[in-house]
Design a protein around this ligand. Sequence first.
Ligand SMILES: [Zn+2]
Length: 58
Amino acid sequence: MSFSPIPGVGDRESDRQEMEMKVTPSIRKRCENCKMIRRKGVLRIICKTNPRHKMRQG
Ligand SMILES: [Zn+2]
């Protein structure tokens, strides 16, 4: 009889990557808080309330 230790619960949380930015040929605002900015001719969307809205025109 052995006591097997259970690996840490909630390890899957580390899989999330919120820094990732979507690259799409055509971008548009997805909510009122989305902001469109232009840098070096590249159009980007940044969003305060929904970081997932962030994207970049490729
Ligand atoms: Zn948004």
